[in-house]
Design a protein around this ligand. Structure first.
Ligand code: NDP
Ligand code: 13P
Length: 319
C-alpha cells in the first residue's frame, strides 16, 4: 500500500498511475474535497477528466494514510515545512518520497534536505523529472528520476513505484535531482516571458541554453554531479517545462511577458524558488544573469523592458 499526501493535480495523477500496482490512500486536507472525490470518483477540482480507479481511496484521515510504509508528499514546496512540523509524529520512521519541486524560502533547502533536517528518523527520496499530472494519469509513457542517498532505498523505491508506463531511473545524487527540478521552473518562467513579450523562438532557445548553464553552475557549486543535471531531472524537465503550454511556470511567464494577470491560486513553484536560488547564488558568489532577471521582473513587472535590455547589453564573453 502507498499513500499520497496532497490531492492536487500531481498527487492525484500519481495515485491513479500507481493504482495499477497498489492500493493507494490519497490524503487531502479538506473534508468537502474528500467527500466530492469519493462521490464523483474523480478530482474535478484539481485533475478534471480523470476517473479515480477503485484502488484509490480518498481520505482526510492522516492516520489512515500513514499506515502505508511509503508516503509520497505531493504538496507545493512552500507548504512542505509546515506539513512536516505539524505531523512529525505521524511521519516518524516512514519512507517519505518528495514529489514537490523547489527550494524552501526560509531554509533554502530542497525537499529531501528539508525532510532529513526535520525528521531525521525518516528515510527520504525525491521523485522528479519531466511529467505532467494528466499524462501520468492517462498512462502515457513517462520516465522520471528517483533519487535517494541510500542505494538500497533507491532500488526498493524504483521497484515499488515503477509501472508499465511510469519508468523510474534511480540516482544517488539527491542534490542534483532536487536542484534540477527546482531551477528548471525558474528558467521556464523566463522562457515564457520571452515568448509572451514577443521576442521569438530563437531568443527562447538562447535563454533556455544560458539558463541551463546557470543551473549547472549553481548545482555544481552545491555538490551535484554534472550527469544529473544533464538527465531527466534537469535537462529533461527543462525541455518539457520551457516548451509546453501545459506548464504553469511557462504560462505564468507568458502572462508576465504580455503584461497580463495570472490567477494567484495557480501553483507556480518557480516564483519562490527564484528568490531562494538567488540568495544561494549570492552566498556562492555566482553570476546568474537569467536568474537575476527573473527575480527583477517578479519584484517589478513594470521593469520588464529594462530587464531585457540589461540582459542583452551584458559584456561580450566566450560561450
Ligand atoms: N502538476 C504537475 O504536472 C506536476 C507537479 N509537480 C510538483 O508537485 C507539487 C504539487 O503540485 P500540484 O499537485 O500540481 O499542485 P496543485 O496546485 O494542483 O495542488 C496542490 C495541492 O496541495 C494541497 N495543499 C496545499 N497546501 C497544503 C497544506 N498546507 N496542507 C495540505 N495540503 C496542502 C492543496 O490542497 P487544497 O486543494 O485543499 O488547496 C492541493 O490539493 C509541486 O511542487 C509541483 O512542482 C511535479 C511534477 C508535475
Ligand atoms: O514539473 C512539471 C513538469 O515536469 C510541471 O510543471 P509546472 O508546475 O510548470 O506546470
Amino acid at each position: 500500500m502507498i499513500a499520497v499526501i496532497g490531492a492536487g493535480a500531481f498527487g492525484t495523477g500519481l495515485a491513479v498511475a500507481l493504482a495499477r500496482k497498489h492500493e493507494v490512500r490519497l490524503w487531502a486536507r479538506n473534508p468537502d474535497h474528500v467527500a466530492a472525490m469519493r462521490a464523483d470518483r474523480a478530482n474535478h477540482a484539481r485533475l478534471p477528466g480523470i476517473a479515480l480507479p477503485e484502488r484509490v481511496v480518498p481520505t482526510q484521515d492522516l492516520a489512515l494514510a500513514a499506515e502505508a510504509e511509503i508516503l509520497l508528499l505531493a504538496l507545493p514546496m512552500q507548504q512542505l515545512s509546515g506539513m512536516l512540523t505539524d505531523h512529525a509524529g505521524r511521519f516518524a520512521g516512514k519512507v517519505l518520497v518528495a514529489t514537490c519541486k523547489g527550494l524552501d524560502l526560509d531554509s533554502l533547502a530542497g525537499p529531501v534536505d528539508l525532510i532529513e533536517r526535520r525528521l531525521p528518523g525518516c528515510r527520504a527520496a525525491q521523485l522528479t523529472g519531466p511529467s505532467f499530472a494528466s499524462e501520468i494519469a492517462e498512462g502515457k509513457p513517462t520516465a522520471l528520476t528517483l533519487a535517494a542517498r541510500d542505494p538500497a532505498l533507491g532500488r526498493a523505491l524504483q521497484e515499488a513505484l515503477t509501472t508499465p508506463t511510469l519508468r523510474l531511473y534511480r540516482s544517488t545524487d539527491v542534490i542534483g535531482a532536487q536542484l534540477g527540478g527546482a531551477l528548471k521552473n525558474v528558467i521556464a518562467i523566463a522562457a515564457g516571458v520571452v515568448i509572451g513579450a514577443g521576442l521569438g523562438a530563437s531568443a527562447r532557445a538562447a535563454l533556455i541554453t544560458r539558463g541551463f548553464a546557470e543551473m549547472q553552475n549553481l548545482a555544481g557549486a552545491l555538490g551535484a554531479e554534472p550527469e544529473t543535471l544533464a538527465g531527466l531531472s534537469g535537462l529533461g524537465d527543462l525541455i518539457l517545462t520551457c516548451t509546453s503550454e501545459q506548464s504553469r511556470n511557462y504560462s505564468f511567464g507568458q502572462a508576465l511577458g504580455r503584461g497580463e494577470h495570472f490567477a494567484s491560486t495557480i501553483t507556480v513553484e518557480g516564483t519562490a524558488t527564484a528568490r531562494a536560488a538567488h540568495r544561494l547564488a549570492g552566498q556562492h558568489g555566482l553570476d546568474m544573469p537569467v536568474l537575476a532577471a527573473v527575480v527583477a521582473v517578479l519584484e517589478d513587472p513594470g521593469a520588464l523592458n529594462d530587464t531585457i535590455d540589461a540582459l542583452l547589453s551584458r559584456p561580450l564573453k566566450p560561450e
